[in-house]
Design a protein around this ligand. Structure first.
Ligand code: FPP
Length: 225
């Protein structure tokens, strides 16, 4: 039977969800942040060990300043509120991506959340923030070069932000587009890909359950026969 250790989600469609409701785009992000909690809790109850969520890409800085500022504030408020959920559900919090571009306040909040949850033994929620695979790969090569280490397929992961995280088994993208958008390109080499039309704020446990059931039916051969 397939193992489902690591699910990675591209949470797309917040803006369109809000526009459809006659709301401003950022309201979609606010609603989307509520789904993050529900989906994380659900994953932790069905034995998934790692859940990586694409919350802010290296390209997202190009959005209007008002939207970027809103997302930064939302992330800060959300982390403050979420700490109890993490602790109550034995969830460890981690991030991937270059945190140096965030405000000192947000960096502190992220650090505090990581420290407070570091001994949790259940699911690890990995938030991809200021994350882009190409950026991560270049930073990894620079680190290895500085340490004069010859890179190989086996040791490359040691230099990635995901060094403690297993490869992705299943990538889900909501919002109808069929692309990976610079998300976990190395780590998803053998992942099953699932693209659904549902907008992220409309995504729910029962749809995720169906996707997980389908995942277990697929025969993964990893290049073998
Ligand atoms: C893509 O939707 C979504 C994002 C760029 C941000 C994802 C953020 C959240 C789900 C909420 C915040 C998360 C946390 C953890 C606090 P889009 O805006 O590109 O939607 P569109 O394609 O409909 O315009």
């Amino acid at each position: 039977m397939n193992k489902l250790n690591h699910i990675a989600i591209i949470m797309d469609g917040n803006g369109r969800w809000a526009t459809k409701q006659g709301l401003i785009r950022v309201k979609g992000h606010e609603e989307g942040s509520k789904r993050v909690r529900e989906i994380t809790k659900y994953c932790s109850t069905v034995g998934v060990k790692f859940l990586t969520l694409y919350a802010f890409s290296t390209e997202n800085w190009k959005r209007p300043k008002m939207e970027v500022d809103f997302l930064m504030r939302l992330l800060d408020r959300w982390l403050e509120k979420e700490l109890d959920t993490f602790l109550e559900n034995n969830i460890r919090f981690k991030t991937i991506g270059d945190l140096s571009k965030f405000s000192k306040k947000l960096q502190k909040r992220i650090q505090k959340t990581k420290e407070a949850t570091q001994n949790a033994t259940g699911l690890t929620q990995v938030l991809a923030i200021n994350y882009g695979s190409k950026d991560e790969i270049i930073r990894a090569i620079k680190k290895a070069t500085e340490q004069k280490i010859e890179l190989s397929e086996d040791n490359f992961n040691n230099f990635l932000d995901t060094y403690e995280i297993p490869d992705v088994d299943l990538v889900i993208r909501t919002g109808g587009e069929k692309r990976l958008s610079n998300f976990l390109l190395w780590q998803s080499a053998y992942a099953e890909l699932c693209f659904i039309d549902t907008l992220w704020p409309d995504f729910n446990e029962s749809e995720l359950k169906n996707i997980i059931d389908d995942f277990y039916k697929v025969q993964r051969r990893f290049g073998g026969v």
